[in-house]
Design a binder for this molecule. Structure first.
Ligand code: NDP
Length: 275
């Protein structure tokens, strides 16, 4: 039987991970099966245990279980430890390895697919949840001139600032504090777009060269609409990040790096991007 993998979340019906991994498997000739599993809200650990008993080799973890996945891991990669969130589980002889490929996926999409260099740039990261935490260290490793974290609940942004301030120039605040500031790269790592909402961003934060990046995928998000009106000329949704983080998980499991560009193109055709 081919090796078995899955994505686990709640809800899960919307997940594009089975489609992406089927493409990777076809492209690389790796024989594997990949399922989407809905875990009850109070039974993530049990769902994972049953999957392991069935012979499962690894799991992608999505909302809302990334913290629980961290807790059930017997060991964490350095990047999962820094993020305190796990999106990839690897079952091996040593138990459960918890890793986080979201940050690496984001970096590959911004730097390779969008051809945007972060070094010495002014970066604004919106949000202080799991996705933002996973992005902190990879962003700081690129040496931005400043990394500003803004969050609706200012205290959480402040905690992130304290946790990561020894890696670079990090400041934090709420959205009102951004008035009068300009950024070269603005990343929306909030879940506001999921509800058609927009954090209370002041206008005037983009330059004509700025890249506006929404981690949510699906094109014309409220944040990207705002960015376009506010003068940003480069807009990207999270489709590339989604495919790149999946490729990183595939590499962890199979030791083979699939090509991402054709899969990103396929997903864009699947749901055309209007930005
Ligand atoms: P979390 O639930 O951990 O965090 C949500 C964040 O959004 C918090 O900072 C919260 O602020 C903020 N927020 C929610 N609603 C609003 C609002 N109306 N106005 C302002 N701020 C708001 O979510 P995640 O970090 O896991 O995910 C965030 C986003 O990133 C999601 O859209 C998710 O789909 C996307 N994502 C995309 C990936 C990809 O591969 N493309 C991978 C991972 C995530 P507060 O602290 O005040 O509550």
């Amino acid at each position: 039987m081919p090796d078995l993998y899955a994505v686990v979340g709640n809800p899960i019906a919307h997940s594009k991970s089975p489609l992406i991994h089927a493409e990777f498997s076809r492209q690389t000739g790796q024989e594997m099966r990949y399922e989407a599993i809905l875990a009850p809200m109070d039974a993530f650990a049990e769902t994972v245990a049953i999957f392991r008993e069935r012979g499962g080799k690894g799991i992608n973890v999505t909302v809302p279980f990334k913290l629980e996945a961290c807790n059930i891991s017997s060991r964490l990669s350095a990047r999962a430890h820094a993020a305190q969130a796990v999106n990839t589980l690897v079952f091996d002889g040593g138990g459960i390895l918890g890793d986080n490929t979201d940050g690496a996926g984001l970096m590959r999409d911004i730097m390779i697919n969008q051809e945007f260099s972060i070094t010495a740039k002014r970066v604004l990261l919106m949000g202080a949840g799991g996705a933002a935490r996973g992005a902190m260290l990879p962003l700081l490793k690129q040496g931005p001139s400043i990394l500003t974290i803004a969050n609706r609940t200012g205290q959480k942004a402040h905690e992130l600032q304290q946790q990561f301030s020894h890696y670079g120039n990090v400041v934090s605040g709420d959205y009102a504090d951004l008035r009068g500031e300009k950024f070269d790269l603005v990343i929306n790592a909030t879940s506001a777009s999921l509800n058609g909402e927009l954090p209370l961003l002041p206008s005037g934060i983009f330059t004509g060269e700025s890249l506006a990046y929404d981690m949510m995928y699906g094109g014309h998000t409220p944040f990207l609409q705002f960015a376009k009106k506010d003068g940003a000329t480069r807009l990207a949704d999270g489709t590339g990040m989604l495919v790149e983080q999946a490729a990183e998980s595939f590499f962890l499991w199979r030791g083979v790096r699939p090509q991402t560009a054709p899969v990103i193109e396929m997903l864009k055709k699947f749901k055309p991007r209007k930005v």
